[in-house]
Write a protein that binds this ligand. Structure first.
Ligand code: NDP
Length: 280
């Protein structure tokens, strides 16, 4: 019998997750049904109960529901607790177990696919929302050097730094301080700025040098303004979030099905399509 999975979000029609999980299922010889369910935060709890009643065994959760998903889990992994956000739900009887695979997905893409050595890299994280909370602990665990967090709303950056709990290594700065921070080895954009066609905040060119890597957690058109800026500054690497998307999905798949899919093929397909989209 086909097992039922879904991604919940709002909006979610653009999600590539159904396609990625269908490819993984085919590769592993596992019949899965994976749909996209659009629900606003106020209706999430009821929608999840309905999904469970229809045989839902697991789900991914995306914007803006990750914190809500965390709140309704009966138990969570350590990495989900550190993020305060859940992107992977696993049915456990009448309850849900929560995990967060964003951080491991990003680190796996950067180190294994892109070949970056993250160790001791002076890092700037722009943003302090759900995605930033998911990736920051994994970056620290991967051995980056000092981590500077800058967010439009400083209180959220403070909350993330408090959660990370490494005051000698994790620093919060204001947007206005960016021009005084010098050059970074790694600059990550974990904001939704420019996602809906809005403008991206002006960033000083001093942030990037010729050995720097710029990473956008977004992919497709949403990644273009930041990565175009990074290339114009001469950054050595400019990497979008497509690989992270595929790797976090593979980690969710492994949690549900007990087998880790090979990600190269679907990544290659999506990368070719993304290149066509971006150059069209
Ligand atoms: P959230 O809504 O939780 O956080 C949004 C962040 O963007 C906040 O830090 C917010 O700042 C900041 N922001 C929004 N608008 C602006 C602006 N105009 N100027 C400056 N900062 C702004 O979103 P997520 O953290 O969940 O997602 C962030 C991005 O990461 C999204 O593009 C998402 O698609 C991507 N992502 C990619 C994944 C992948 O697998 N590749 C996985 C997860 C996320 P403030 O706190 O001030 O509101």
């Amino acid at each position: 019998m086909s097992r039922h999975y879904a991604v919940f979000g709002h909006p979610v029609s653009h999600s590539l997750s159904p396609r990625i999980h269908a490819a993984f299922g085919k590769q592993a010889g596992i019949a899965i049904e994976y749909s996209a369910i659009d629900v606003e935060p106020s209706g999430f709890d009821a929608a999840l109960q309905d999904f469970a009643a229809r045989g839902g065994a697991g789900a991914n959760v995306t914007l803006p529901l990750k914190e809500a998903a965390y709140a309704l889990c009966s138990d969570t992994t350590e990495r989900a607790r550190r993020a305060g956000a859940v992107n992977t739900l696993i049915r456990n009887g009448d309850a849900w177990h929560g995990d967060n695979t964003d951080g491991v997905g990003l680190v796996r893409d950067l180190t294994e696919r892109q070949g970056l050595d993250l160790r001791a890299r002076r890092t700037l994280l722009l943003g302090a929302g759900g995605a930033a909370r998911g990736v920051a602990p994994a970056l620290l665990d991967a051995g980056i050097g000092d981590l500077f967090i800058v967010n439009r709303t400083p209180a959220r950056a403070d909350a993330l730094a408090d959660m990370l709990g490494q005051p000698g290594r994790v620093h919060v700065r204001y947007l206005d301080d960016l021009r005084n921070l010098g050059e970074f080895d790694l600059v990550l954009n974990a904001t939704t700025a420019a996602r809906d066609g809005g403008s991206f905040p002006t960033l000083p060119r001093s942030l990037l040098g010729r050995r720097s890597a710029a990473v956008s957690l977004s992919y497709g058109e949403a990644a273009i303004p930041f990565l175009a800026w990074a290339r114009a500054q001469g950054a050595h690497e400019s990497i979008d979030g497509l690989g992270m998307l595929v790797e976090q999905a593979a980690e969710s798949f492994a949690r549900w099905h007990g087998t880790r899919p090979d990600t190269d093929r679907i990544y290659g397909e999506l990368r070719a399509e993304s290149a066509r989209l971006v150059t069209a």
